[in-house]
Design a protein around this ligand. Sequence first.
Ligand code: SAH
Ligand code: F3S
Length: 460
Amino acid sequence: MEVSRRPRRFFIETWGCQMNELDSQRMAGQLMQQGILPTREPREADVILLNSCSVREKAEQKVYSRLGEYRRLKRDGRELLIGLCGCVAQQEGERALARVPDLDFVLGPARVGELQDVLARRRAGERVVATGFPAERTYDVDAVSRHGEYKGMVTIIEGCNKNCTFCIVPQTRGPERSRPLAEIVREVRHLLDYGFQEVELLGQTVNHWREPGGDLDFADLLEEVAALPGLERLRFVTSYPRDFTPRMVEQVGKHANICPSLHLPVQSGADSVLRRMGRGYTRREYLDLVAQLRRARPDLALSTDLIVGFPGETEEEFRLTLELVEAVGFSGVYAFKYSPRPGTAAPRLGGAVDAEEASERLQRLFALQEGIQRQINAALVGKSLEVIVTGWGKQPGTQTGRTPCHRVIHFAAGSEPVTLGGVTRVQVEEAFAYSLLGRRIELGGTSGTAETPGTTGQEG
Ligand code: SAH
Ligand code: F3S
């Protein structure tokens, strides 16, 4: 009898935020430790994981329709395991197993480290639901597949203790938990030894990190991590405006390797809406923080998240958001129509905004922001910027990278393309609203130290 020697394969579909991306890398790493290899083709896979997001929209419906597509792949009789992971897994739990007869297991975000064990139990016949927030969690830093990544991501704080009235994350990712500083530093060093030049610290409220049982805060953590030798670029997402202290602002000003780009979700420009959202800061406080940050770091590029059509949002309140967007001059805006989520307080506030009205507001916001971005980016034409290479461009022979301010830039690869995660210099030749186009600058004999006159290294 012929024995099949085909290696087993896995396929992971990832939705949502960076925490989910990292969770997928952790799950991929655990599968690879078992000798199961990645594939881009679900039809080839022996294990399919759907790492879901439930922050907006009809996430549950979308999950069930996708699971329906995957279960059809079981029809040809081959052994295929399908797992629902991520925030919808936490939310749905047992319900998902009941609704999808062929679903093999459900794995919540706080249980990602248990994938191998869950697979073993499934192979022994059990349909496992691993959800909830255990006190003890497995986090094997060696079992993270960072293949194909230009940056290394490190979770420093899990979950969220804020109670923004629109947000489902505290339910799906659980209460806040900071990892010990020593563990974080060990992981960052590991990434630097591995060759990463950029490290991104992750958390839903990343700047609310506290040393467990100690009194160090995020400013102390930045001080320590930014000083690690070999760390070229340090970023962190997502900062909560109210948790930014003057000491943290000082750190951002002090370390050249902290990237001059910060994601600082404001959600709305109207105090009345911010209050209904339970955000705990005012428009003035947000603008003051922006001013402090820009004093500390004049080249800082700020991006934000905004929600339009929050319950009760009036035209006047929305106009305050537009005004704030103009006043700050964000380099990027992620704006969403409000979407009621189960188990959150906002749907009970009443005053639902008409869907068409909300869409129209969103379009006005995007139109305004596009003009602002065009203008900000146009000012970069002619500058020489340090670029970290993130991959190949869509046009043949081009590569894509990120400037220190996290802008997307395309450039011709030339005869010696830069390796993924490598750093090069690019002169900006053309600017668009959402990207830049440039030409690589030959460094010649002065490799790595060439500076073009009239430019500041970190700008852009
Ligand atoms: N602390 C996390 C928040 C995760 S949710 C972070 O800032 O990354 C990411 C964004 O999704 C939020 O900032 C908010 O703008 C948006 N969002 C969350 N819940 C939403 C909802 N119910 N409707 C529309 N947008 C929402
Ligand atoms: Fe959500 Fe607010 Fe936390 S947006 S993740 S509850 S800070």
